[in-house]
Structure formats: C-alpha cells, structure tokens
Design a protein around this ligand. Structure first.
Ligand SMILES: Nc1nc2c(c(=O)[nH]1)N[C@H]1C(S)=C(S)[C@@H](COP(=O)(O)OP(=O)(O)OC[C@H]3O[C@@H](n4cnc5c(=O)[nH]c(N)nc54)[C@H](O)[C@@H]3O)O[C@H]1N2
Ligand SMILES: Nc1nc2c(c(=O)[nH]1)N[C@H]1C(S)=C(S)[C@@H](COP(=O)(O)OP(=O)(O)OC[C@H]3O[C@@H](n4cnc5c(=O)[nH]c(N)nc54)[C@H](O)[C@@H]3O)O[C@H]1N2
Ligand code: SF4
Ligand SMILES: [Mo]
Length: 767
C-alpha cells in the first residue's frame, strides 16, 4: 500500500539543488536552533541543549557516537539537537485527539504528520471491533496485558520487541520479565541494523562489538569509512575524523554516493569552521557499486599477500598471525583465487584506484575500518565483515592503539540493550548467570528474531506483540506483509513517546502506553533516578532527564515493566519472588543485579557514578579471543556480488538528513540537495539515459524477487544524481514495501534493505 500523505502534510513539491560538498558548519547550528525553538520553546531548548551529552546531563537520544573526555559546552550536533527537540516538543496528543480521529483515519496519515502531533499523554486502548482509541487507567491497561499473557497456550506465543533507545535498566528488566515468563522471543531493532556486524565479528573475534575508542580514531594512520553517511547519521564522527587528519592520519571513504560529510567538514565549535573552508575529510573516495565491498577487501587482501611474496617478511605481521590467529593457510590459498575480472565487475572501480588504496595501507602502521548500514544490510553483509577482519588480521591491526574494527552503531543504546540480554539467541553463559541470580531455569530454546516474528504472527504462532520503543511496522521489510501480521494479533501493545504507524496498524485489541523520554525527569519512591547507556565504543555512562515530564500520567519504562511483571508472573513461581517493586523504587537496585549477571559491570553503581562512567573492556584489546579455538579466525568467503538483470538497478533505502529512522521530521535532505519531497529515487544520469528516463520523471519502483513476485511503490520522482552506475537510492520507510520478507542476509537474517533489485516504470504504465 502506498502512503501518499495527507492534506495536512507539507506538499510533495520537489526542488533540487546541487549536492553539498561539505557538512555541518553554521547553517547546521541555525537549522537545529530553528527546529528546537519551534518544537520546544526557549526554556526547554535551553534546558535540553545545555545538558545534552554533559557528564551529569542527558545522553543524546540520537545516535550511539561516544562523547569526548573533554567536553565542550555545546557537545551536540545539528541532528542531536533535532532528536532531543522532537522529544521535548510542547505539542501533546490528548484523549480529545483520539476521540476526534478514528484509528482508520489516523492510518491514512503520513509518518511525518503522526509524529508532529506531539507527545503521548495517557494510556489508551482500542477494543475489539472499536473504531477509536479511548482512555484507560494504568491499572486496567496492565491487567489487560497480563490477562492476555497468562491466557496464552504457551509463553512462546508472545513477543517482546525492543528498539535501541531503551535504557540498560529497562532492557535488563524486560529480558528478565520475558525469560521468567518463559520465552526468548526478544526481537530488536538490532536484527535490522548491526546484526551482521555482531555475527561477522562474533564468528571471527569471539566478540560481536567494536574494539576501538575515540582515542584510537584520533591516533590512526588510516581510517576507512565504509557504507556510512556520518554527516547525517553520526555527525560528531566528523569532529573525530578532523582530529585524525590534524594528527596526520588519512581517511578513505567507500560509498556508492558522494555523501557531503565525507568530503569537507566545517566544525561549528571552531572559529575556522565558522569562517573557513573547513577540513577536508576523505583523502580518497571510492564510488563503489552496491555490494562490492566484499570484493574490494578480497582484492586488498590478495594485494597484501602478493606484496609479501615480493618482499618476504616486510608486509604481513607474522608474529601476530602465528600467535593470535588460525586458518591463515586456507585463507591465503582461497584469496589467491580472487581475480581482477571479478573484482572490477563487483566494485565498478578501476584497478589503479584499488592499487592506490593498497599503497596507502602499506604506508600505514595503524588502520581502523568503520562501517554501518551500507555493509550490514546486504545479503552478503556477514562475509563482508569477516573479510574486513581478515584484512586487519594480516597486518596485526587489532589489539593495539590506533587500530581495530569500528561498527558504528545507530540507536543511542542499541549496543547496551544487547549487553543487557535483549537477544533472541542468548548464550548459555548469560542464561546460567541470570538463572543463578534470580533462582530460576531460563528457557533455552532460541526465540524469534524480527523476520521470524513476522512469520509467526502471520501463521498464528505469535498472538501478542509488545513493543518497547520503536516503530516495528514501519521499520520492518515487506510493509504490506508486516502490517497483515500485526493485524492478526490478539493484542498489540506499544510503549511509546510519540504517535507512529505501529499504533494505527494494530491487533484486535491495542494499547498505547505512553512513557517518559530520555529528557524527562524520572522520580520514583526513592527519589530522582538516572538511567545508563552504552555507546558504540562500549563506554557506559549515566543519562539524567531534566525536563518536567510531558504529562503527569507517564510512567517510566522501568515502572511499566515492573508493574506488568507483578501482574503476569504467577504467585509461587520464581519470577513472582523477584523484588519488582524495589526495582521500580530505586534503579540502583537493578544495577546491583546487573553487576552480578553481566560480565564487565562489577561494582556498577560506584563506577557509573564517576563523571563520564567507564569503558567495558574488550578481550580483543587484551589479545584474548573468546572463539572455540581461543584465536582470531581467518575465514574463507565465497566471491559474491549483487547482479541486476538488464534494465534493472540495485536499490538501497536510506535516511534523509531530516529524519530519525521511520520518522521524517521535514521533507528535506539538504546535503543531497533534495528539498520538499521524499518520494524521490536518485539515479546516475548515464543509467537514466540508458533506461530512457528523464530527470524529474514520475515513476513507480517495482522490485522483483526470486520467486517471481513483484512489489510496487508508486509515484516517485527520478532525480539525476552522481550515484554509482547501476545503483539507485530512495528513502526509508517509504520503500520498505519493496523488500521481500524472505530477502535476508546470510547468517544474520537482516533484511536486505540496501540490495533490492528494481526496475523503474513510468508512472501509470502498469496494466
Ligand atoms: N539523523 C539521523 N541519524 C541517525 C539515524 C537517522 O535515521 N537519522 N539512524 C540511526 C541508526 S538506527 C543507524 S543504524 C545509523 C545508520 O547510519 P548509516 O549507515 O550512515 O545510514 P544510511 O542512511 O542507511 O546510509 C547508508 C550509507 O551506506 C551507503 N551504502 C549503501 N550501500 C552500500 C554498499 O553496498 N557499499 C558501501 N560501501 N556503501 C553503501 C549509502 O550510500 C549511505 O551513505 O544512523 C543512526 N543515526
Ligand atoms: N528500508 C529500510 N528499513 C530499515 C532501515 C533501513 O536502512 N532501510 N534501517 C533499519 C534500522 S538500522 C533500524 S535501527 C530500524 C529502526 O527501527 P525502530 O527502532 O523500531 O524505529 P524508530 O523509527 O527509531 O522508532 C521511533 C519511535 O520510537 C518511539 N520512541 C522514541 N523514543 C522513545 C523512548 O525513549 N522510549 C520509548 N518507549 N519509545 C520511544 C517513538 O514513539 C517513535 O515513534 O529500522 C530498520 N529499517
Ligand atoms: S553525533 Fe549522535 S550522539 Fe552525538 S549529538 Fe549528534 S546525534 Fe547525538
Ligand atoms: Mo539502526
């Protein structure tokens, strides 16, 4: 179903300007202020922005980029300011609003409109057969959920989804509730995000997380930024790369799109960023074909092996390979089968571009590879990440300063939620520790991930969906199928701060439970609380809300979980003996338990009280690898690429500058020069000419899948754009309808949001 927006939406009225060659700078600050003042007003703007990312303040609810040791007064970026203003908004969704708008009517509104209605203020319910949401007390709402949960035939008929804004404390309690209730059905946004990183790193290094710190980035000789658009999605990463450059390091960007932030950065915190031309970031830009990264790193690895052949003992780190790794010989033999013919076809790059990168690698003692969704959301995302590990192992670029792997996480606490046990495939060690601490036998059978969860709902095997944060319906692939799945549930529950599509696409009974956001003050029986989060570099620290809550009727996520647990877990079972009431009253008691269950959190309360918190150790940095062999693993990865049949393109769905995941804030994508429109598809002008299409032409995007099925997203404007040949780019979530549910990455099962084979049909030409 194509959602075309509503009358109240800003008009889809495409204006195009030249893509920007630099990111941030003063216009960014001006945009942030304008947005914040309009949403939140001057007082709340001041309270949030001056406390954002300060050691005693609010952790930015935006991305998971870490904070520097020495903090600036304005330690945030344009988009961080927008994310917090979106939460601190003074607009409110009230009971009158729900009385006025039927669910069916809300379902016709755009994502942008729904979000703009403001913060949710009290629990509401849609009853079976009902047309509207109506107010319900907290007690009745939670009794209703508990009633459904306890009446299910098996705990595995319920699913507990989490999005990465949820705090460590809430995440730990949520997985404890799910497991004492009896299921590992804990799908999360990570399934759609960095799961491939977790899989690829877990298999090869034994730890599914990055190994570098901000200091390492500053000290590296060479940083690869692969499949990532930091200017929009991790803006303060540019400040870090500016430092790398100042220290003499170099940066290589690999991307099908010439993203603005990859080229030049004007740091608004520095005088020269305000008046000057800014710092050039990428020394080299490889405009790669979608999905070509595996072949690129295989080629670099072959070149390293050959350089070692030419000058034995000078290229590879033999001591490291000998002492820390296994599988080198098989890997080397396999890598020597990689051919230039394959590499050039897969990457679309010229041989001398790759050889030039190889020379840079040889000249660099300390190398880091950073990546995000441009790698993880491909069918062969996991092998690509394994190949990057091979690349780093060859020259011992792990476990020492200025070197390592850096999957750059999306949501501010997505990494922490995993650390806290939000995972449908928990390890036995984790379950053992949890069971010991809370005197119960946790379920061992693996639960549903996001894709399996949709199938289970479709087939009636899952009947209750409870979402803690996020917007599952819009985030998942195959929108029409996912919507159908949710509508088949007996009960859908969304614990949310703001209205979104997951409230309008709902089960027979549906509940919206409004909760405190990061910026809201959280007062419980023992006094004011803070929560904790873990960023992309494993730094764990506090976040303390500063604003008066959006409504007096909000409960914190922790409170909602504790109250639900007390109603759901049957008297006499170990779950009922857990002191949920104490946890709600005083979050430090939750942290005490975390410190006894989760490795690395010993003495949690004391250590997180320190300004800036503490960093979780990575065994890899101590040159320990928790793999079965105890060594880092060289892997052999099949040569693979994405091939589109003639007349087709490889479509990626990505973020505009003005959105947070499924939620557009406005209709612009400033850095790419796209204004007042979101239904656009960016294509290289040469491809357009070959396809017989014109710039600005109205087209339908049609995806084709191996089973012969086709999916259609209607009414997109073609924008002639300097994208890699054979590729197309369009915004998410409007294009999620095109991604088949079964189109998933090998091993990680992440939907292949970045590798969809499509053709563009002039609009109206469909029979
Ligand atoms: N403002 C803002 N910030 C955000 C978010 C947001 O929505 N808005 N979302 C947050 C979240 S949850 C996440 S996960 C991160 C996402 O951060 P990103 O991964 O930067 O997000 P995307 O917009 O999906 O961009 C993917 C990038 O990969 C490139 N790419 C696509 N395919 C390929 C490929 O095959 N090879 C290579 N080398 N590159 C490719 C695209 O051109 C694009 O630059 O951002 C986080 N930060
Ligand atoms: N086509 C395509 N699809 C994608 C992607 C892509 O690149 N392309 N990216 C994928 C990725 S990387 C991700 S991470 C997922 C994102 O999927 P999700 O994390 O599920 O989605 P969000 O859009 O971040 O969720 C926004 C909603 O979260 C709620 N919220 C915000 N803050 C809070 C809070 O503090 N507490 C609570 N309880 N609720 C809160 C608000 O109600 C808001 O409407 O989407 C995935 N889907
Ligand atoms: S870089 Fe990320 S965490 Fe930092 S202020 Fe910007 S959005 Fe927030
Ligand atoms: Mo993400």
């Amino acid at each position: 179903m194509a959602r075309m927006g509503s009358d109240e939406d800003p008009k889809d009225d495409l204006q195009v300007s030249a893509p920007k060659k630099w990111a941030a700078g003063v216009p960014a600050v001006a945009h942030a202020m304008e947005f914040s003042l309009a949403q939140a007003g001057p007082r709340r703007t001041a309270l949030t922005l001056f406390n954002l990312n300060q050691t005693d303040g609010i952790d930015c609810p935006g991305c998971a980029w870490p904070d520097p040791k020495h903090r600036h007064r304005n330690e945030y970026c344009e988009n961080g300011a927008k994310h917090v203003a979106d939460e601190a908004t003074t607009r409110r969704v009230t009971r009158e609003f729900f009385a006025e708008h039927a669910v069916a009517e809300l379902d016709q509104k755009s994502d942008l409109w729904l979000n703009q209605q403001g913060r949710l203020t009290e629990p509401v319910v849609k009853r079976p057969g009902g047309t509207h949401y109506e107010p319900i007390s907290w007690d009745d709402a939670l009794d209703l959920v508990a009633g459904e949960l306890t009446s299910l035939g098996s705990p595995d008929e319920a699913m507990f989804y989490t999005s990465g804004r949820v705090s460590n404390e809430a995440a730990f309690l949520l997985q404890l509730l799910a497991r004492t209730y009896g299921t590992n059905n804990l799908p999360d946004c990570s399934n759609m995000c960095h799961e491939s990183s977790g899989s690829g790193l877990g298999e090869t290094l034994g730890v599914g997380k990055g190994t570098v710190s901000l200091e390492d980035i500053h000290q590296a000789d060479l940083v690869f930024v692969v499949g990532q658009n930091p200017g929009t999605n991790h803006p303060r990463m540019l400040t870090a790369l500016e430092e790398t450059k100042r220290n003499g390091g170099r940066v290589i960007a690999v991307n099908p799109l010439p993203e603005a932030g990859l080229f030049r950065f004007k740091n608004p915190q520095k005088p020269r960023g305000v008046v000057g031309r800014g710092t050039p970031i990428a020394d080299r830009f490889l405009k790669i074909r979608p999905g070509g990264d595996l072949a690129l790193f295989q080629a670099l690895n072959r070149l390293l092996l050959e350089a070692e052949d030419d000058a034995p003992g000078t290229v590879l780190d033999h001591d490291f390979i000998q002492s820390d790794t296994t599988g080198f010989d098989e890997f080397a033999a396999h890598t020597r089968t990689v051919t230039w013919e394959h590499v050039l076809e897969a990457t679309g790059l010229a041989r001398d571009e790759i050889e030039a990168v190889h020379r840079e690698v040889l000249a660099s003692r300390r190398v880091i590879v950073c990546w995000a969704m441009g790698l993880t959301q491909h069918r062969h995302g996991v092998p690509t990440i394994r190949e990057i590990v091979n690349f780093l192992l060859l020259r011992g670029n792990l476990g020492r300063p200025g070197a390592g792997v850096c999957p750059v996480r999306g949501h501010s606490n997505v990494q922490g939620d995993r650390t806290m046990g939000i995972w449908e495939r928990p390890t036995d060690e984790f379950l053992d520790a949890l069971g010991r601490e809370f005197s119960f036998e946790p379920p061992r059978e693996h639960g549903y991930d996001s894709v399996a969860g949709v199938k289970a709902m479709l087939e009636g095997r899952a009947k209750v969906f409870i979402g803690f944060a996020g917007n599952f319906v819009r985030a998942m692939s195959d929108s029409a199928v996912t919507e159908d799945a949710l509508r088949r549930c007996r009960l859908t529950v969304q614990v949310s701060t703001k209205l979104n599509r997951s409230h309008t696409v709902c089960g027979e009974t549906a509940l919206i439970l409004p909760t405190l956001g990061r910026s809201d003050r959280d007062v419980q029986a023992s006094g004011e609380q803070f929560v904790t989060v873990e960023d992309s570099m494993s730094e764990v620290h506090q976040s303390r809300g500063r604003l008066d809550p959006a409504s007096p009727h909000l409960l914190s996520e922790v409170a909602i979980i504790c109250r639900l647990a007390r109603r759901t877990l049957r008297e006499g079972t170990p779950g009922a003996a857990i002191p949920w009431e104490d946890f709600e009253a005083d979050y430090s008691r939750i942290r005490d338990r975390i410190s006894r269950v989760v490795p690395g959190f010993e003495d949690f309360n004391a250590r997180v009280a320190e300004p800036g918190g503490f960093r979780l150790p990575s065994p890899v940095n101590e040159r320990r690898y928790p793999t079965p062999s105890g060594k880092a693993v060289f892997s052999c990865n099949d040569l693979d690429m994405i091939t589109a049949p003639p007349g087709h393109l490889v479509l990626q769905s990505l973020r505009s500058h003005d959105q947070w995941n499924t939620i557009p804030y406005a209709m612009n994508d400033r850095y790419r020069g796209v204004h007042d429109a979101r239904r656009v598809v960016m294509v290289n002008p040469v491809d357009l000419a070959e396809l017989g299409l014109e710039d600005r032409q109205l087209v339908d995007i049609v995806s084709v899948w191996t089973d012969g099925s086709e999916r259609r997203a209607e009414g997109f404007r073609v924008v002639s754009y300097p994208a890699a040949r054979g590729s197309a780019a369009s915004y998410y979530p409007e294009t999620n309808v095109l991604v088949p549910l079964d189109s998933i990455a090998d091993v990680s099962r992440t939907p292949t949001y970045k590798g969809v084979i499509v053709r563009l049909e002039p609009a109206g030409s469909a029979g």
